[in-house]
Ligand binder design. Structure first.
Ligand SMILES: [Zn+2]
Length: 400
């Protein structure tokens, strides 16, 4: 299975400069993709495709040809994704339009050589038929397995993301159990299996971290607004701002990794063969709160997204590949009304508080209630009483 390993590296001062330049050139390629596509659309009424893009940009950049191609492929992919999201009815999705200053450069299979002592050669372009000297970087813990791709990313500093094939086969799994997952803001994962076992992994820590970050962020923003743009103090505060975001993002990823691992272990112990999850693709669940108060200063889209979006997407991605490794299928299903509908009498009701209580006397922990309904929807295509008696609820925290 393909995995990614993020790591620091060492290099010379000159090569470090060249690496920065690679990400700038990548951005240039991206920006040119935008421009070429626009022109092409104006002239022909249709979008540019990959080979047309490649013809227009052959041998124009100081970057390995495969690295250039990689940017173009990512551009086309972003455009296709936006189109697909629009088809699905997400109205505020835009096609790629923003010019970039930096964009992660990637080296594909012919673009790098890995030496056994941890030295990696990142190849550059040909100029007048002569290959430019490669950029040399040293990595201390190269993952074992066949390396597929190396990406130069920015996470507070330049780092390498190494994609590799770990050679591990997914586990054989003939388990018959089905488990449904409800992802929520307070209970990161609430899950019920058809054997009557339930699992709740809280994400309170995640939420408190997010609050702390928001508070810190607001403070810094306030200070920043009093500074002159471009001044030394301004630059300093901007750096601090970026650092806060990066730190909390790291913490968040850590919590989500731990949560997803715990879930997989639980699923294996409970002989689960299929995990069903409510489809929340691309939905920002709680961004509306910001719009309720129009007086509130409008944050930039990027920041808004970082602050308000509960990371369903990331959690889903972690679950996807970790479950796959364990041989458990992950199935997405429609989750509409699963939180609001009573499975006994089918009346709808907004939940307030931690328990879902219906007029008919049905009551259930709100997240387990949601998971139960997702399971019903998957098994029977409708919300109804499953007749499962919950025999055991396991509560876990991702951190401990
Ligand atoms: Zn009811």
């Amino acid at each position: 299975m393909i995995r990614t390993h993020k790591t620091t590296f060492r290099t010379s001062k000159i090569d470090l400069e060249r690496l920065f330049a690679c990400n700038r050139v990548s951005a240039q390629v991206w920006n040119n993709c935008l421009g070429h596509d626009k022109n092409h659309h104006r002239q022909t009424g249709r979008w540019i495709n990959l080979s047309e893009l490649q013809q227009l940009t052959r041998k124009k950049y100081h970057l390995h040809s495969q690295s250039v191609q990689s940017v173009q492929e990512r551009y086309i992919k972003a455009r296709t994704n936006a189109w697909q999201a629009k088809q699905k009815g997400f109205k505020n999705i835009r096609y790629p339009y923003r010019e970039k200053k930096h964009y992660p450069a990637r080296w594909k299979k012919d673009g790098f050589v890995v030496h056994p002592n941890g030295l990696i050669e990142l190849k550059m372009c040909l100029i007048n038929g002569k290959r430019q000297p490669p950029i040399m970087v040293r990595v201390f813990n190269i993952p074992k397995g066949q390396i597929k791709e190396i990406e130069l990313i920015w996470d507070g500093k330049l780092m390498l993301a190494i994609s590799y094939e770990d050679g591990l086969q997914p586990k054989e799994n003939n388990h018959q159990g089905i488990a449904a997952i409800d992802m929520g803001e307070i209970h990161g994962i609430a899950c019920i299996a058809d054997n009557g076992r339930a699992l709740v992994i809280t994400s309170r820590k995640l939420r408190s971290q997010k609050r702390l970050r928001n508070k810190k962020y607001a403070e810094l923003q306030k200070k920043l607004s009093r500074c002159q743009k471009g001044s030394r103090r301004w630059k300093k505060l901007r750096r601090a701002l970026a650092k806060t975001l990066q730190k909390t993002e790291r913490q968040q990823r850590d919590i989500l990794h731990k949560s997803s691992c715990r879930f997989v272990r639980w699923a294996e112990a409970n002989r689960i063969g299929q995990a069903v999850v409510g489809n929340v693709e691309g939905v920002q669940r709680n961004t509306k709160a910001h719009r309720k108060n129009p007086k509130k200063k409008h944050r930039s889209r990027k920041v808004n997204q970082k602050l308000s979006q509960w990371p369903f997407g990331i959690l889903l991605w972690y679950l996807t590949y970790k479950l796959a490794a364990a041989g458990i299928d992950l199935i997405k299903t429609d989750e509409s009304y699963t939180t609001q509908t009573c499975p006994v009498c089918n009346r709808k009701k907004k939940v307030s508080g931690r328990t879902f209580r219906c007029y008919c006397g049905y009551a259930e922990h709100r997240d387990i209630h949601g998971a139960k309904n997702i399971l019903a929807k998957y098994k029977y295509g409708e919300i109804k009483d499953l007749g499962i008696k919950i025999t055991k609820v396991t509560y876990l925290r991702p951190a401990s």
